[in-house]
Design a protein around this ligand. Sequence first.
Ligand code: NAD
Ligand code: 13P
Length: 356
Amino acid sequence: SGKSKVTIVGSGNWGSVASKLIASNTLKLHSFHDQVRMWVFEETLPSGEKLTDVINRTNENVKYLPGIKLGKNVIADPDLENAVKDANMLVFVTPHQFMDDICNKLVGKVNKDVEAISLIKGMEVKKEGPCMISNLISEQLGINCCVLMGANIANEASNLIAVEKLSEATVGYRENKEIAEKWVQLFTTPYFIVSAVQDVEGVELCGTLKNVVAIAAGLVDGLEMGNNTKAAIMRIGLREMKALSKLLFSSVKDSTFFESCGVADLITTCLGGRNRKVAEAFAKNGGKRSFDDLEAEMLQGQKLQGVSTAKEVYEVLSHRGWLELFPLFATVHEIAIGHLPPSAIVKYSEHKPMLS
Ligand code: NAD
Ligand code: 13P
């Protein structure tokens, strides 16, 4: 029919909100099939029912986004291969640590002319160096992959895209502006304002690296140091985000840091995100309870990205001899693994003053 079929790979907290946004648009836009398929990592609920069955019966992801209707045209599918087989447009939105495995399972299973977009904040570190998730997708599957990042906390505390409060997002694309415009069209609603920039690495690195800064901000909250200190951490974090992005990819543009994916996402995540929340609890416990423990206790199956990203960034920094250039990023990792106390986030590192 020439209409694009959309499949969403992932169904967590943001994955469910993204499905809702997209499904409201495919009903309105003639160039898309109404039905949207959503791959769900299957699990059995305490009631004994399968999560996919409940989503298909109630139109709600009762585990990861309770209380929000996704739209009747969202079909939950536990079979990854089946979920992608007819799609022309693939939206990837899972916690980043699962993507290597998912890509391996998808090799040879997606249409060659399929277009992809990644909403995933994170990176993989391979022997050759860092590999952004959009790059993992495009290399493993041989397809083009844009990214969408922004100040978009799905439904924590006072951050309410799930109930249609206004926010903005940024699409990053490599070359093909027309494809980027198609993604902008698929995501834009009166409460979700999307613009496109030609800087896929810059957009993705903003989304990825701000999660490390959010851990630092949460530590400062747990230590009850107040807003001035937190603002200082955010400023230093933003500087390290920009410096590392540019060292890794010389094409990264300064202007990207002023888009929603940059400073705006940094602010919202440091004010109200999950990384912030769990890091606050970590500091309040004096670093005695691990992030893994606190994540399991506090997040009901949702996953933190900042702690593993800090480890991945640390590997890149130590491999390239850049640790001293990025004291904030390095210190977050050393605190997370218990080599430094939480208070080290505002102390002098061995080599350089942190607050300089
Ligand atoms: P989430 O944190 O709610 O993660 C849980 C999801 O992971 C569930 O769907 C669960 O079924 C799935 N899962 C668990 N084990 C798995 C496995 N072994 N293999 C595959 N899947 C498994 O997910 P989310 O909030 O949708 O986050 C996805 C991405 O979106 C992340 O990179 C995150 O940084 C980003 N993001 C999140 C938000 C937000 O507010 N939640 C906002 C913007 C971006
Ligand atoms: P948290 O995982 O810290 O909630 O951040 C989500 C996010 O990426 C907001 O844009």
